[in-house]
Ligand binder design. Structure first.
Ligand SMILES: [Zn+2]
Length: 246
Protein backbone atom coordinates (compact mmCIF):
# COMPACT_ATOMS: atom_id res chain seq x y z
CA UNK A 1 0.00 0.00 0.00
CA UNK A 2 1.49 3.33 -1.01
CA UNK A 3 0.71 5.57 1.91
CA UNK A 4 2.05 8.60 0.11
CA UNK A 5 -1.09 8.42 -2.01
CA UNK A 6 -3.13 9.10 1.07
CA UNK A 7 -3.15 12.50 2.67
CA UNK A 8 -0.36 12.70 5.16
CA UNK A 9 -2.15 13.39 8.37
CA UNK A 10 -0.98 14.01 11.84
CA UNK A 11 -2.68 14.98 15.07
CA UNK A 12 -6.39 14.86 14.45
CA UNK A 13 -6.23 11.69 12.39
CA UNK A 14 -4.25 8.75 13.70
CA UNK A 15 -3.61 5.90 11.35
CA UNK A 16 -2.41 2.69 12.97
CA UNK A 17 -1.38 -0.40 11.08
CA UNK A 18 -3.02 -2.88 13.47
CA UNK A 19 -6.55 -3.61 14.70
CA UNK A 20 -8.74 -1.75 17.17
CA UNK A 21 -7.15 -1.90 20.67
CA UNK A 22 -10.20 -3.72 22.05
CA UNK A 23 -9.31 -6.68 19.85
CA UNK A 24 -6.04 -7.12 21.71
CA UNK A 25 -7.67 -6.46 25.09
CA UNK A 26 -10.65 -8.78 24.74
CA UNK A 27 -9.63 -11.07 21.88
CA UNK A 28 -13.17 -10.74 20.57
CA UNK A 29 -13.16 -11.19 16.77
CA UNK A 30 -15.82 -8.48 16.26
CA UNK A 31 -13.15 -5.86 16.96
CA UNK A 32 -11.15 -7.16 14.02
CA UNK A 33 -13.80 -5.56 11.83
CA UNK A 34 -13.54 -2.02 13.14
CA UNK A 35 -12.12 0.23 10.42
CA UNK A 36 -12.19 3.50 12.29
CA UNK A 37 -13.45 5.34 15.31
CA UNK A 38 -13.93 8.88 16.47
CA UNK A 39 -13.48 9.36 20.18
CA UNK A 40 -14.24 12.61 21.96
CA UNK A 41 -12.71 11.16 25.10
CA UNK A 42 -10.08 8.53 24.50
CA UNK A 43 -8.48 6.57 27.37
CA UNK A 44 -5.18 7.84 25.97
CA UNK A 45 -5.80 11.61 26.19
CA UNK A 46 -3.62 12.55 23.22
CA UNK A 47 -6.08 10.60 21.04
CA UNK A 48 -9.16 12.45 22.30
CA UNK A 49 -11.13 14.39 19.66
CA UNK A 50 -9.33 12.33 17.08
CA UNK A 51 -10.22 10.19 14.13
CA UNK A 52 -8.57 6.80 14.52
CA UNK A 53 -8.13 4.50 11.55
CA UNK A 54 -7.16 0.84 11.94
CA UNK A 55 -5.59 -0.44 8.76
CA UNK A 56 -5.90 -4.05 9.92
CA UNK A 57 -9.67 -3.58 10.20
CA UNK A 58 -9.98 -1.76 6.87
CA UNK A 59 -8.12 -4.59 5.12
CA UNK A 60 -10.17 -7.27 6.87
CA UNK A 61 -13.52 -5.73 5.91
CA UNK A 62 -12.46 -5.12 2.34
CA UNK A 63 -11.08 -8.63 1.86
CA UNK A 64 -14.45 -10.10 2.83
CA UNK A 65 -16.42 -7.67 0.64
CA UNK A 66 -14.22 -8.29 -2.41
CA UNK A 67 -14.21 -12.03 -1.90
CA UNK A 68 -18.01 -12.00 -1.89
CA UNK A 69 -18.46 -9.60 -4.78
CA UNK A 70 -15.51 -10.33 -7.04
CA UNK A 71 -13.93 -13.55 -5.80
CA UNK A 72 -10.59 -11.80 -5.38
CA UNK A 73 -8.57 -9.71 -2.95
CA UNK A 74 -8.83 -5.90 -3.04
CA UNK A 75 -6.10 -4.06 -4.90
CA UNK A 76 -3.78 -1.58 -3.20
CA UNK A 77 -5.68 1.24 -4.89
CA UNK A 78 -9.00 -0.06 -3.52
CA UNK A 79 -7.50 -0.28 -0.03
CA UNK A 80 -6.34 3.31 -0.29
CA UNK A 81 -9.83 4.39 -1.32
CA UNK A 82 -11.30 2.54 1.66
CA UNK A 83 -8.90 4.30 4.05
CA UNK A 84 -9.95 7.67 2.65
CA UNK A 85 -13.63 6.75 3.01
CA UNK A 86 -13.04 5.63 6.60
CA UNK A 87 -11.46 8.99 7.40
CA UNK A 88 -14.42 10.80 5.82
CA UNK A 89 -16.88 8.63 7.76
CA UNK A 90 -15.18 9.29 11.09
CA UNK A 91 -14.88 12.98 10.22
CA UNK A 92 -18.69 12.88 9.87
CA UNK A 93 -18.91 11.64 13.46
CA UNK A 94 -16.45 14.34 14.52
CA UNK A 95 -18.53 17.06 12.81
CA UNK A 96 -21.68 15.70 14.47
CA UNK A 97 -19.91 15.82 17.81
CA UNK A 98 -18.93 19.38 17.13
CA UNK A 99 -22.53 20.55 16.64
CA UNK A 100 -24.06 18.36 19.36
CA UNK A 101 -21.35 18.02 22.01
CA UNK A 102 -23.73 17.14 24.86
CA UNK A 103 -24.84 14.06 23.04
CA UNK A 104 -21.37 12.55 23.18
CA UNK A 105 -20.44 12.98 26.83
CA UNK A 106 -19.30 9.78 28.56
CA UNK A 107 -22.48 9.77 30.62
CA UNK A 108 -24.78 10.08 27.60
CA UNK A 109 -22.81 7.56 25.58
CA UNK A 110 -23.57 4.91 28.17
CA UNK A 111 -27.31 5.53 28.14
CA UNK A 112 -27.75 5.93 24.42
CA UNK A 113 -30.44 3.93 22.69
CA UNK A 114 -30.21 1.91 19.45
CA UNK A 115 -32.05 4.81 17.79
CA UNK A 116 -29.35 7.27 18.93
CA UNK A 117 -26.63 5.00 17.56
CA UNK A 118 -28.55 4.60 14.30
CA UNK A 119 -28.88 8.37 13.86
CA UNK A 120 -25.17 8.85 14.45
CA UNK A 121 -24.28 6.28 11.80
CA UNK A 122 -26.86 7.68 9.38
CA UNK A 123 -25.12 11.06 9.60
CA UNK A 124 -21.64 9.57 9.21
CA UNK A 125 -22.60 7.40 6.23
CA UNK A 126 -24.37 10.35 4.57
CA UNK A 127 -21.17 12.38 4.90
CA UNK A 128 -19.24 9.42 3.49
CA UNK A 129 -21.48 8.55 0.54
CA UNK A 130 -23.29 11.84 -0.21
CA UNK A 131 -26.20 10.97 -2.53
CA UNK A 132 -25.18 7.32 -2.96
CA UNK A 133 -28.36 6.19 -1.20
CA UNK A 134 -28.11 2.46 -1.86
CA UNK A 135 -24.65 2.38 -0.30
CA UNK A 136 -25.86 4.40 2.71
CA UNK A 137 -28.76 1.99 3.31
CA UNK A 138 -26.65 -1.09 2.72
CA UNK A 139 -23.83 0.10 5.01
CA UNK A 140 -26.31 0.95 7.77
CA UNK A 141 -27.86 -2.50 7.46
CA UNK A 142 -24.44 -4.07 7.95
CA UNK A 143 -23.29 -1.84 10.79
CA UNK A 144 -23.52 -3.61 14.16
CA UNK A 145 -24.81 -0.49 15.97
CA UNK A 146 -27.34 0.47 13.32
CA UNK A 147 -28.59 -2.75 11.72
CA UNK A 148 -31.64 -3.14 13.91
CA UNK A 149 -33.09 0.30 13.16
CA UNK A 150 -31.92 0.08 9.56
CA UNK A 151 -34.49 -2.64 8.89
CA UNK A 152 -36.74 0.15 7.55
CA UNK A 153 -34.46 0.26 4.49
CA UNK A 154 -34.83 -3.44 3.71
CA UNK A 155 -37.62 -2.97 1.09
CA UNK A 156 -35.60 -0.27 -0.71
CA UNK A 157 -32.45 -2.41 -0.77
CA UNK A 158 -34.39 -5.45 -1.97
CA UNK A 159 -36.09 -3.53 -4.78
CA UNK A 160 -32.87 -1.86 -5.98
CA UNK A 161 -31.19 -5.28 -6.13
CA UNK A 162 -34.11 -6.71 -8.07
CA UNK A 163 -34.26 -4.04 -10.79
CA UNK A 164 -30.45 -3.73 -10.89
CA UNK A 165 -29.21 -7.31 -10.40
CA UNK A 166 -25.53 -8.24 -10.11
CA UNK A 167 -25.37 -9.01 -13.83
CA UNK A 168 -26.82 -5.61 -14.79
CA UNK A 169 -24.85 -4.53 -17.78
CA UNK A 170 -25.44 -1.08 -19.17
CA UNK A 171 -22.08 0.61 -19.21
CA UNK A 172 -22.96 3.37 -21.61
CA UNK A 173 -25.00 5.16 -18.95
CA UNK A 174 -22.21 5.23 -16.40
CA UNK A 175 -19.11 6.14 -18.35
CA UNK A 176 -16.16 3.99 -17.51
CA UNK A 177 -17.69 2.16 -14.60
CA UNK A 178 -17.76 -1.62 -14.78
CA UNK A 179 -18.45 -4.61 -12.55
CA UNK A 180 -19.88 -3.87 -9.12
CA UNK A 181 -19.07 -0.14 -9.43
CA UNK A 182 -21.52 -0.03 -12.31
CA UNK A 183 -24.10 -2.00 -10.33
CA UNK A 184 -23.75 0.29 -7.31
CA UNK A 185 -24.00 3.41 -9.48
CA UNK A 186 -27.21 2.12 -11.05
CA UNK A 187 -28.72 1.12 -7.71
CA UNK A 188 -27.87 4.51 -6.23
CA UNK A 189 -29.46 6.20 -9.21
CA UNK A 190 -32.65 4.16 -9.27
CA UNK A 191 -33.27 4.71 -5.55
CA UNK A 192 -32.54 8.41 -5.81
CA UNK A 193 -34.95 8.80 -8.74
CA UNK A 194 -37.65 6.79 -6.98
CA UNK A 195 -37.35 8.57 -3.64
CA UNK A 196 -37.37 11.95 -5.39
CA UNK A 197 -40.54 11.13 -7.30
CA UNK A 198 -42.59 9.38 -4.64
CA UNK A 199 -43.71 11.00 -1.44
CA UNK A 200 -46.35 9.95 1.03
CA UNK A 201 -48.09 12.47 3.23
CA UNK A 202 -49.71 12.14 6.61
CA UNK A 203 -50.79 14.50 9.37
CA UNK A 204 -47.18 14.65 10.46
CA UNK A 205 -45.92 15.88 7.11
CA UNK A 206 -44.56 14.67 3.79
CA UNK A 207 -42.30 11.63 3.82
CA UNK A 208 -40.21 9.57 1.50
CA UNK A 209 -41.91 6.29 0.66
CA UNK A 210 -39.52 3.79 2.25
CA UNK A 211 -42.09 1.00 2.05
CA UNK A 212 -41.58 1.07 -1.73
CA UNK A 213 -45.33 0.70 -2.23
CA UNK A 214 -45.40 2.67 -5.47
CA UNK A 215 -42.48 1.24 -7.41
CA UNK A 216 -42.85 1.08 -11.21
CA UNK A 217 -43.99 -2.37 -12.34
CA UNK A 218 -42.73 -2.06 -15.92
CA UNK A 219 -40.18 -0.18 -18.00
CA UNK A 220 -43.09 1.89 -19.32
CA UNK A 221 -44.09 2.94 -15.80
CA UNK A 222 -40.46 3.63 -14.93
CA UNK A 223 -40.13 5.96 -17.92
CA UNK A 224 -43.29 7.78 -16.84
CA UNK A 225 -42.11 8.10 -13.25
CA UNK A 226 -38.49 9.12 -13.90
CA UNK A 227 -39.18 11.44 -16.84
CA UNK A 228 -37.89 11.66 -20.42
CA UNK A 229 -34.41 12.69 -19.26
CA UNK A 230 -33.97 9.29 -17.64
CA UNK A 231 -35.69 7.22 -20.30
CA UNK A 232 -32.62 5.28 -21.38
CA UNK A 233 -31.82 4.44 -17.78
CA UNK A 234 -35.43 3.45 -17.00
CA UNK A 235 -35.40 1.07 -19.98
CA UNK A 236 -32.18 -0.54 -18.76
CA UNK A 237 -33.82 -1.71 -15.53
CA UNK A 238 -34.73 -5.37 -15.03
CA UNK A 239 -38.47 -4.89 -15.47
CA UNK A 240 -40.99 -6.24 -17.95
CA UNK A 241 -41.58 -3.91 -20.91
CA UNK A 242 -45.19 -3.38 -19.97
CA UNK A 243 -47.16 -4.32 -16.89
CA UNK A 244 -48.39 -7.87 -17.20
CA UNK A 245 -52.03 -8.42 -16.40
CA UNK A 246 -53.97 -11.60 -16.96
ZN1 LIG B 1 -19.64 5.21 12.23
Amino acid sequence: MNWFNILKLRGDVNISTDHHPMYYETGHPQFKYVAGQYMPEHPRPHLSHSVNVYLGGVRRILEIKYQMEHGRKPTERELEEAVKETIIHEAGHAAHHHIEPDRFTMENMESRTPKDAFEEELIAFTVQYKDRIYEIYQSLSQHPNAAMEAKIFAPAIKWAEKVVPNDYNYRRLFGNKWGMDLVYAARNKVLLLYLQSVKTSSDLGVFTDLTMSQVPKSKKEAVEMFGPKNEEFARSLRLPAVKRSW
